[in-house]
Structures are given as structure tokens and as C-alpha cells.
Design a protein around this ligand. Structure first.
Ligand SMILES: [Zn+2]
Length: 597
């Protein structure tokens, strides 16, 4: 194993409902492909995330059902954990933001920022109900969005244009409880002094190399107009503000976004505490040569390229006001913010409310996880908005996975099993044999280089090009015609099996489930590509139960190199690795979409 430590920080799915395939194409599959590749290289990967469970939408859902917010969060946390595990996402820890550990770390970051002067109190206008005199939480205020003119904007956010709002910004604000016009009175809130980080954020962005140009340009543009942002909100569901006179107030909490991004750190600390070495997280957060890659969809760039780095800089004492690191010590900034563009569905924007959606769970009930993973990696929204169509999904599955890769595995293993019953012993190699082996062995360099730079689409294409070469070799050499020349037949089959073994390693980051099957078809035993598991645990501090995703990823035998396939390894007749899909699924799925099922 190398000494290189890589933190894979995966965006936190919001727990107000199940996640659809657009979500997992942004944060899920790309982060797992990246982590699996780096583990195969021998790097020490820590992949963390969890469900983001505070904030207004969850309280709105709870109000609608007449339950407490925790009940909504518990239910969706469990659904999301199951879905991400089924997709094979190899989190070292997938946790949640409602743990005691998370609240403590979120409060520690707030206090560190306050100590260094980057969080300051400011009197602003807050809404109260004129009839009761009580604070009116942001979500209970509705009005016209000052940015897009949408009529149903909430006090904290406009669902139409997606902009974050303050209640006082709304045109014609009304209480959703009784329709009265709220009264705005002076109240104290805490603000993050973003302008104090303009220089430090600019220096950090200028030192970045290899970012996707659209992400870097977007992040740099944000710096032209930084304004202080409210760190606390009028809401009763979230992390309490850790100050005298605030801690016990039911109506003031840390703003959900400012607590959610701290999750990368709190999850790393929870992982360390569960591992039995409380300080183990420091290797990924505090050593100068460790790297941190953050994965998300483009709607989250602001929080990962501006807000979270500003929180870290302020905690470290590295903004314009100086300061000293908080009690955890100095924390590393992101190496790269890896943001994907949006996936649309049959030409339309995903929308749970308008039923333009397919949830991960429903998808995986009908199709294999690797088929979805392959589509996302090979044809997903890596650097431009991309449309998911069932016709294209069918084509990728049937032409590329089944007829391309699956057929190569099947033909090769079944001929060797039938004729030899084992990996044959090769004779002298011809130029054609050597050319194929040098193509498959030579692919580890370029495909690995693309994966390390998160050019996953190009990496998948290159790996599949090599599969194509192996298929062509097999057709050209036609071992089924070599009955009279068993020595040559065995050499061809050995060469083809070695190519299959190499291609399987190249495709393992994308297709971990089928890679395990191919490993076994080639006579391998034990774990090749480890699968994540769901474990029921209790909160380390208050004992409440919840499920996590974790795994023993060091057990995997997969390495990023060609490994010689030993002659004599017994082989059995193969079963198909991928399922061919019937053309009729396209019409069926389109009908489901129309019916909103
Ligand atoms: Zn709007």
C-alpha cells in the first residue's frame, strides 16, 4: 500500500425522499469509480458521506404528515442507505447529520470561526406573527420571489429558481399558518464574513490544477461579489447554536447548509472513532501531502468551492483577519471540487412533484446495478448536461455490455472449459498474440491516468476499445477452427483468457459486481471487488440506532496491473455475466413515465 491518503468526500443526499438516478449520476457513481480505482492502485482511500437531514423541506414534509421531522429523516435515511448500498457505492462510512458527533463538530467549527472573528452578530429583520408575537419560522412565510417573480416562494428559498432567500426579501409576504402579514422586527443573527476570504479563496483557486474549466470559472466568478451570509436561521430543526442564551432557544439553529458541509469532517471523525483509533481521521485532513476530492452535481458548487473552503480557512485562521486554528488543529482545503452537470430524463428535467423521475430503488428492481453504473460512467453528465433515454440505456446494455464485453468473456471461458477444462498452457506466441497482450497490458497506464483525473467517460471508452480489440483477435484467430492443431488452439485461448483478465481489471472500478463474477469464471476465488454492506449501529454518544454503509475494502484482490493467469486453473462452463434486455422495455418504461408510476 502507498502512503498517499485520498479523501473521497461525496455530496450528502437530502433526506426528504428517495433519490433518483439523476442524483446518483452526479455524486454517487463518479465518486465510487474514483475510490475503487485509487484503492486498486494501493492508495489509502477514505470515502465518507451521509444523509443531510436538517432544514426546511424536511420540516415541511413532517408538517404535511403530522409527524416530527426525525420520523421523516429516519425513514428516508434508511431508504437511501439501502439504495446506495445496492448500487455498490463503497463508502467507508455513510452516516447522517442527526448524530451527536455531527452536532458537536458543526458547533466546534462555528466556535472556531467566532473566535477568529469570521462569524459576527448582526441585527437583521426577522418575522414574527402579529397575532401571537412569536417568531415565524422561515418556512411558514410565503410570497413572491424577488428574483424570478414566482408566487409560492418560501422565506428561505424559492423552489422555482432555486435561490436562497431571506423572508424580508419576499414581495407580499404572508404567513402560511393564518394568512396574516408578518411583522418584521429587529433580531440578532450570526453571519459568516465571506468578504474576509476573497483574497484567500482567490489564492487557493489560482493554485488549483486540472479542475474542469466550467467548475473553476464558476468558482472564480463567485469571488467578484462576496457578501456576508446568515449562519443562523429561524427554524426549530437543526444543530443548536452553541452560545449562552442561544443553545436552549427552540427557534434558532445553524443554517442547514452550513452544518451539512461540516459532515465530511464529522463523518471522518465518526469513522475514526468507530475504527478504535480516535485520531485516524487526521491522516486525511491534516497531513500536507494528503488529497481531498469532493463529488457533487453542479447545483452544489457554491457550497463546496466557496462556503466550505471559507469555513475551513476561517477555522484555520487564514482569512484577512488572521487567527489561529481551532482545537481540532489546522484542516486541509479541497484538492479538487469534481462537479458533474445535470442528467435529464427523456428530454425533461427530473421532477419528483411532476413525476418525471425514476428512483434508484425502482430502477434496481428491474435492472442490474452495473448496467446503470455503466450508463452513468460511459454516457453520463460528466462535463455537459446529458439526457437519459431508455433507448440509449438499452443500446448501451445490449451492444456494449452484452454483445461486447459479456460475449468476449462467455466465448473465451466456454471454449477453454469445453476443450481443456482449465486455463490452457500456451506454446510459442505469434505477433498477433503479442500485439493483443501488449494492448491490454498497455491500457493500464492511459486508462489509469484518465481515471486519476476524473475523465471517466474517456477511461470507460478506452477500456471498451481494448475489449473490442480482444473480440477482433478472437474472431481473427478463430480457435473453434483449430481442432486439428490443439497446441495453437491452446495458445490462442490462453492469450484470450489473459486479455479477459486484464480487461476485467480495467473495468472493475465501473462494474464491480460483474467484475467479481468474471474473476470467479476465470477460476479465481475469494473477494475481487469488495461490496459495501449495511450495518446497524448505535449513536456513539446517545445510543440511538441507525444504519450505516461500510465495508472491508482492503480484502479485495483487485489491483491496477496485469496479473498472469496461471495455466491449469480449473474452469467451468460460464453463465452469462450480463442480461440482454428486450426491446419492449423502452415502450414499457415510457408508458410508466407517462402514467407517473
Ligand atoms: Zn425565484
Amino acid at each position: 500500500m502507498s502512503d498517499r491518503h485520498i479523501l473521497t468526500a461525496v455530496a450528502w443526499p437530502y433526506a426528504n425522499g428517495p433519490r433518483h438516478i439523476g442524483h446518483v449520476s452526479g455524486f454517487g457513481v463518479p465518486s465510487d469509480v474514483f475510490s475503487r480505482y485509487h484503492r486498486m492502485v494501493g492508495d489509502r482511500v477514505l470515502m465518507v458521506s451521509g444523509t443531510d437531514e436538517h432544514g426546511t423541506p424536511i420540516t415541511v414534509a413532517a408538517d404535511a404528515e403530522g409527524v416530527i421531522p426525525r420520523e421523516i429523516a429516519d425513514r428516508n435515511n434508511r431508504v437511501i442507505v439501502g439504495d446506495l448500498q445496492s448500487l455498490g457505492l463503497s463508502y467507508d462510512l455513510f452516516t447522517r447529520t442527526t448524530t451527536v458527533n455531527h452536532a458537536q463538530i458543526a458547533q466546534e467549527i462555528f466556535l472556531g470561526l467566532l473566535k477568529n472573528g469570521y462569524v459576527f452578530p448582526k441585527t437583521t429583520l426577522g418575522a414574527i406573527s402579529p397575532s401571537t408575537g412569536r417568531t415565524l419560522p422561515d418556512r411558514y412565510i410565503e410570497g413572491t420571489c424577488p428574483i424570478c417573480g414566482y408566487d409560492g416562494a418560501r422565506g428561505d428559498q424559492c423552489d422555482n429558481c432555486g435561490n436562497q432567500l431571506d423572508p424580508v426579501d419576499l414581495i407580499n409576504p404572508k404567513s402560511r399558518i393564518n394568512g396574516e402579514t408578518p411583522k418584521f422586527v429587529e433580531e440578532e443573527h450570526y453571519f459568516l464574513d465571506l468578504p474576509a476570504f476573497t483574497r484567500a479563496l482567490g489564492d487557493w483557486l489560482d493554485s488549483r490544477r486540472g479542475w474542469r474549466p466550467n467548475v473553476l470559472n464558476f468558482a472564480k466568478n463567485l469571488l467578484t461579489d462576496l457578501k456576508p451570509r446568515s449562519y443562523t436561521r429561524d427554524i426549530d430543526w437543526g444543530v443548536p447554536v452553541p452560545l449562552e442564551g442561544w443553545r436552549d432557544r427552540p427557534d434558532k439553529r445553524i443554517y442547514v447548509w452550513f452544518d451539512a458541509v461540516v459532515g465530511y469532517l464529522s463523518a471522518s471523525i465518526e469513522w475514526a472513532r468507530r475504527s478504535g483509533d480516535d485520531d485516524a481521521w487526521r491522516q486525511w485532513w491534516q497531513t500536507p501531502d494528503s488529497d481531498a476530492y469532493y463529488f457533487m452535481g453542479k447545483d452544489n458548487i457554491v457550497f463546496h468551492a466557496e462556503i466550505w473552503p471559507a469555513q475551513l480557512l476561517g477555522y484555520d485562521g487564514e482569512g484577512d483577519k488572521g487567527g489561529t486554528p481551532g482545537s481540532l488543529g489546522r484542516l486541509n482545503l479541497p484538492t479538487e471540487v469534481v462537479s458533474s452537470e445535470f442528467l435529464t430524463m427523456e428530454g425533461r428535467k427530473f421532477s419528483s412533484s411532476r413525476q418525471v423521475v425514476i428512483y434508484v430503488r425502482d430502477f434496481l428492481a428491474r435492472y442490474d446495478a452495473d448496467a446503470l453504473r455503466y450508463f452513468i460512467a460511459a454516457a453520463g453528465p460528466e462535463s455537459q448536461d446529458t439526457d437519459f433515454t431508455w433507448a440509449e440505456f438499452l443500446r448501451r446494455n445490449n451492444d456494449e455490455l452484452v454483445a461486447g464485453w459479456g460475449n468476449l468473456v462467455n466465448r473465451t471461458v466456454s471454449m477453454a472449459a469445453k476443450n481443456v477444462g482449465a486455463v490452457p498452457t500456451p506454446g510459442e506466441l505469434t505477433d498477433a498474440d503479442r500485439a493483443l497482450l501488449s494492448a491490454t497490458q498497455g491500457a493500464f497506464g492511459p486508462v489509469g491516468e484518465l481515471l486519476s483525473r476524473n475523465r471517466q467517460k474517456a477511461a470507460a471508452t478506452e477500456a471498451m476499445r481494448v475489449v473490442g480489440e480482444a473480440n477482433k483477435y478472437l474472431s481473427d484467430q478463430a480457435p473453434w477452427k483449430l481442432k486439428e492443431d490443439p497446441a495453437r488452439r491452446d495458445t490462442v485461448l490462453h492469450t484470450a483468457l489473459q486479455a479477459v483478465s486484464d480487461c476485467n481489471a480495467l473495468l472493475t472500478p465501473f462494474l464491480p459486481h460483474s467484475a467479481q463474477k468474471v474473476h470467479e469464471l476465470l477460476g479465481g476465488t475469494g473477494v475481487w471487488s469488495p461490496a459495501p454492506r449495511v450495518e446497524e449501529v448505535t449513536d456513539l454518544d446517545d445510543g440511538s440506532p441507525y444504519p450505516i454503509i461500510t465495508g472491508d475494502y482492503d480484502e479485495g484482490q483487485a489491483v491496477w496491473a496485469s496479473r498472469p493467469l496461471p495455466p491449469g486453473t480449473p474452469l467451468s462452463p460460464p453463465t452469462p455475466v450480463f442480461k440482454k434486455l428486450d426491446e419492449s422495455i423502452v415502450a414499457e418504461e415510457l408508458a410508466r413515465l407517462e402514467d407517473g408510476q
